[in-house]
Design a protein around this ligand. Structure first.
Ligand code: IMP
Ligand code: MG
Length: 181
């Protein structure tokens, strides 16, 4: 077992399970956004893997953009402080925006992002997240498209990191508490 795997207590979603769900989401979004030429806004860095797979299962014209906000730093506890590190490049006025996020924990990041993007007067703003921890929400958030719901555990892999590591795992696993406590 390599050093990345031995820090995981379990594999939550294997590669096949993730890819199957993303194909379903891609098909659903292709129908919903037909003739809407949406802009997929990927929230760096965690959602990179998810967005690059998801967009290849969308069969309609679309555009992509990227935003980076600060959330966790090197800790596993949300600081509640949301700061824009990289803003979108596109003019999103009157456009259909789909926020692509890796995971919703407290919901603070998503809440902030939605409020921020709405100020640019888009035609619509919806959210597509791979993972949601419903019991961890601290603010109300609307999630229109969701991959999976999970318990309140710290997970890594498939783009998700702990201290910038594990993003390259093709599956999602639960990080052993002893790794971060
Ligand atoms: P929120 O603002 O508390 O909802 O946090 C959302 C952000 O925190 C996500 O975009 C992730 O980058 C990070 N995050 C939350 N939970 C986890 C986790 O279990 N593993 C890795 N990153 C996480
Ligand atoms: Mg992160």
């Amino acid at each position: 077992m390599d050093t990345m795997n031995c820090n995981l207590s379990a594999v939550l979603f294997d590669e096949g399970t993730i890819q199957k769900r993303i194909r379903e989401l891609g098909a659903e979004l292709s129908t919903e956004y037909t003739h809407k030429n949406p802009i997929l806004v990927c929230i760096l860095k965690g959602a990179v893997t998810f967005m690059t797979d998801l967009m290849r299962h969308m069969t309609i014209p679309l555009e992509i953009d990227f935003m980076s906000i600060s959330s966790y730093g090197e800790s596993t506890i949300s600081s509640g402080v949301v700061k824009i590190r990289k803003d979108i490049d596109s003019d999103i006025a009157d456009r259909h925006i789909l926020i692509i996020e890796d995971i919703v924990d407290s919901g603070l990041s998503l809440h902030y992002l939605k409020e921020y993007l709405i100020k640019h007067k888009p035609a619509s703003v919806k959210t597509c997240v791979l993972l949601d921890k419903p019991t961890a929400h601290k603010v109300p958030v609307d999630i229109e498209y969701k991959g999976f719901e999970i318990e309140n555990e710290f997970v890594v892999g498939y783009g998700l990191d702990y201290a910038e590591k594990y993003r390259n795992l093709p599956y999602i696993g639960i990080l052993k508490e002893e790794v971060y406590i």
